[in-house]
Design a protein around this ligand. Structure first.
Ligand SMILES: CC(C)(CO)C(=O)C(=O)O
Length: 351
């Protein structure tokens, strides 16, 4: 099967690297494999990529590669593409969207333009050509609203929600420090056609083989999965960003617990008003969130990573969405609103 990954940040790199490692770990010239994986990379990054790697952080702070795949020559070099390369000639079966939610509109527009160019001029080959008919797009992004944007911009129903609790810290595209192993959950394709259902089945088998265990949930249960992850992100990301520390910091001390509890209790109240049951495994929202913070304790969360890099964060797709849905139901969400303002202040901070 042919898989594309757009967005080589932490999550995109973890998935791309493991898939490439499964398909061709030593960059050998192999007889045509039935599986290929492509990553969409900007031209300026393409030049510098000799290998892709996943690292583990050792107790002393050093990092050691736990998986490294050469991409310095074909065939693996052909897996990295700007999206307009001649060799990317056949449509993709699955495109994993792993860009930050702040970039979803931009990326969706680029994919839509590429798809239109191909329809008008079939001699152009581009990774964008995947998105028209039978290909499946899977959004593995934080926050709310991404799937809707992809569906609207690409005029397709073939977009599925995905959620991952795999954490990581991206050093540069294709280079990522592992930040905790967690589940990956994908929406089923039960509401789509046979072809898309088959693509999803094969994709999950491929992910399993690449040591990326994945669960599939029915479409009607997917909102529970998304809102549970929203709760976790809303509880961990702003406070860890404010404290400028890895995730474990939110578990330190009663006052941190109080902040997290107020945030996640508001999320739970809004989810209940939306009629969405959360999947907390019998725990309270606070306990569940602290459990994830412990499981990803050394990870620098994505929001803090953005703040440190001077980029816009995903606060608009996370805590601000809680405020928005809260207003629709008349549910007060003052702590989430405060987090939005604090994170915006961090984004706008000048030296
Ligand atoms: C689960 C968590 C909090 C891991 O860091 C994450 O999703 C993120 O960093 O955005």
């Amino acid at each position: 099967m042919r898989v594309g990954v757009v967005g080589l940040g932490a999550v995109g790199s973890l998935f791309f690297n493991r898939l490439l490692h499964h398909i061709n770990p030593r960059n050998e010239i192999v007889a045509a494999s039935s599986n290929r994986v492509f990553a969409l990379v900007k031209q300026q990054h393409l030049r510098n990529l000799e290998s892709v790697a996943i690292y583990e952080r050792a107790p002393g702070g050093q990092r050691t590669p736990v998986l490294q795949v050469p991409v310095n020559a074909p065939p693996n070099a052909l897996s990295l593409t700007t999206g307009a390369d001649e060799h990317v000639t056949t449509p993709l079966d699955v495109l994993l969207v792993a860009v930050k939610s702040t970039d979803t509109v931009d990326v969706a527009q680029q994919l839509a333009v590429a798809a239109t160019a191909i329809t008008n001029n079939p001699t152009i080959s581009s990774i964008g050509l995947q998105s028209r008919k039978n290909s499946l797009l899977i959004s593995l992004q934080n926050g709310l609203g991404n799937v809707h944007v992809l569906q609207e911009q690409l005029v397709t129903e073939n977009v599925l929600h995905g959620v991952t609790y795999m954490g990581g810290q991206c050093l540069s595209p294709g280079h990522v420090i592992m930040g905790g192993k967690g589940a990956t959950i994908l929406q089923g394709a039960d509401h789509l056609g046979d072809v898309q259902q088959k693509h999803l089945q094969r994709f999950c088998t491929l992910l399993d083989a690449a040591q990326l265990p994945t669960q599939v949930v029915n479409s009607q249960d997917v909102q529970s999965v998304i809102w549970t992850k929203l709760l976790v992100n809303a509880g961990i990301n702003p406070l860890a960003s404010l404290l400028d520390r890895p995730n474990r910091c939110v578990t330190d001390g009663a006052s941190n617990h109080r902040v997290v509890r107020q945030i996640v209790d508001e999320v739970a109240a809004v989810a209940a008003a939306e009629g969405i049951p959360l999947q907390l495994g019998g725990q309270l929202p606070l306990e569940f969130t602290l459990g994830v913070a412990n499981a990803t304790s050394t990870n620098v969360c994505s929001m803090l990573h953005d703040i440190r890099a001077g980029k816009r964060t995903e606060i608009g797709a996370i805590n601000e969405m809680v405020v928005y849905y809260g207003q629709r139901h008349g549910i007060p969400t003052p702590t989430n609103a405060l987090m939005v303002d604090i994170v915006r202040a961090l984004e706008n901070r000048r030296d």
